[in-house]
Write a protein that binds this ligand. Structure first.
Ligand code: SAH
Ligand code: SF4
Ligand code: F3S
Length: 438
């Protein structure tokens, strides 16, 4: 046990963007308590902010814990946060006795008290839900880069049969209108030029009066200095007409939509409890493209869901061809304890999953490269986010979320006009356009 209060901390986040947001908020909290950020090897307190979505991610926690040693050979205070903390709770210190703190994603506002308890030699565990108290008890946002995350919605009521999120994050809740707008303004005051609104089903967000995400986006569009708005992840069922219209009408709303479909097979989608069909998904994509022709569509896919046949997998390739994705994430199905799919018969053999994943990723990779190549020669805006490898080079994002590197005298946080010169699978090269005198 550790018998002293930590002075430095390190937060390591895994998993989705919401975990990244939570990791940032835990850092805000610890800094407000007077701790300072440090490298993992030096920190007195290490927070592992974990992900439970697939088995590999969840198991990684234990090997990470085993490796936590400081430069001088001593062991830091260890906190396990995030979705593994929520799912496994007391099991964690049983398997890994060096863990001092276990804190769930809806309880981390109490992290400072838990650190104090652990410093007195105890072990602290808190996996209480739901998140009603959390947001109200967090300190103001601190440091901020040009692109910021803002969680507006948490939890999920959809219960897809393969997924742990409804169990680790709890029921769907929306943060209130004023809290969100205030946090967005604070982020812009601290240097954010782009805000990505986050939620497990972000397009299910509703204000106290029942107004949808499109209203919120229109309100944020009026914040001076905020130049770009994004949102993720959306569920096809909550893709309202108003939100689609916002893509046609709101200038700061970027032309990018992450809309996971998971599979192209009607039978598999039913077994997944996705509550949309391949056809209804394609109809949404059509409406979105009618509103904003150049929109980049991205998605998530699972191959090898229990019982998936060759023909059903071919249906997934078919929907990929029909949509033509700009970007995508694809995974092998991973059975998760407690989810209905884990006890379905007919689990697909590992080699078959590997083969399907390779074929799917080859197709998605081709589409991504084609999308990137189609932007060559275009003139567009780039939000500069970080230093490149070469001197004078900065890296930023296009409206379609592509990484663009260019040489420029402009500063990080500036939005510059760029001509796209060349494209690879994962990034673009651009040249800054010099503004002509009128
Ligand atoms: N709320 C979002 C995504 C949540 S998790 C949505 O509904 O789309 C991110 C992605 O992980 C999912 O879209 C899915 O593709 C993948 N995923 C979730 N559970 C999984 C599992 N058990 N095995 C493999 N992939 C999974
Ligand atoms: Fe998981 Fe489905 Fe909810 Fe997405 S919608 S978080 S995949 S249960
Ligand atoms: Fe992982 Fe939890 Fe996000 S399981 S994907 S960190 S919501």
């Amino acid at each position: 046990m550790i018998d002293r209060n930590p002075k430095t901390f390190h937060v390591k986040s895994f998993g989705c963007q919401m975990n990244a947001y939570d990791g940032g908020r835990m850092a805000d909290l610890l800094e407000a308590q007077g701790l300072t950020a440090a490298a993992a090897g030096d920190a007195d307190l290490v927070v592992l902010n974990t992900c439970h979505i697939r088995e590999k991610a969840a198991e990684k926690v234990y090997s990470d814990i085993g490796r936590l040693k400081r430069e001088d050979g001593s062991r830091p205070m260890i906190a396990v946060a995030g979705c593994v903390a929520q799912a496994e709770g007391e099991e964690i210190p049983r398997r890994a006795p060096s863990v001092d703190i276990v804190v769930g994603p809806q309880a981390y506002h109490r992290l400072p008290q838990m650190v104090a308890a652990a410093a007195r030699g105890g072990r602290a565990l808190d996996t209480e839900m739901p998140a009603t108290a959390k947001f109200g008890s967090l300190p103001p946002r601190r440091r901020q880069g040009p692109s910021a995350f803002l969680t507006v919605q948490e939890g999920c009521d959809k219960f897809c049969t393969y997924c742990v999120v409804p169990y680790t994050r709890g029921a769907e809740i929306s943060r209130g209108w004023a809290a969100v707008v205030d946090e967005a303004k604070a982020l812009v005051d601290r240097g954010a030029r782009e805000i990505t609104l986050l939620g497990q089903n972000v397009n299910a967000w509703q204000s106290e009066e029942g107004r949808g995400l499109d209203h919120l986006i229109r309100a944020l569009d009026r914040i001076p200095g905020l130049q770009r708005i994004r949102y993720t992840t959306s569920h096809p069922n909550d893709m309202t007409e108003g939100l689609i219209r916002a893509h046609a009408e709101v200038g700061t709303l970027m032309p990018y939509l992450h809309l996971p479909v998971q599979s192209g097979s009607g039978r598999v989608l039913k077994a997944m409890n996705r509550s949309h069909s391949a056809r209804s998904y394609l109809a949404i994509i059509e409406r979105v493209r009618a509103a904003r022709a150049d929109i980049a569509i991205s998605g998530d896919f699972i191959v090898g869901f229990p019982g998936e046949t060759d023909a059903e997998f071919e249906d997934t390739l078919k929907i990929v061809r029909a949509v033509n994705y700009a970007q995508a994430y694809s995974f092998k199905y991973s059975p998760r304890p407690g989810t209905p799919a884990a006890s379905m018969g007919d689990q697909v053999p590992a080699e078959l999953m590997d083969e399907r994943l390779q074929r799917l990723q080859a197709l998605l990779g081709e589409q991504q490269l084609a999308f990137n190549r189609a932007t060559v020669g275009r003139r567009t805006s780039v939000l500069l986010e970080r230093q490149g490898k070469k001197p004078g080079q900065l890296i930023g994002k296009s409206p379609w979320l592509q990484s663009v590197h260019l040489e420029t005298d402009a500063a990080i946080g500036d939005v510059v006009d760029v001509e796209i010169l060349s494209a690879g699978p994962n990034s673009l090269a651009g040249a800054e356009l010099v503004k002509q005198a009128a």
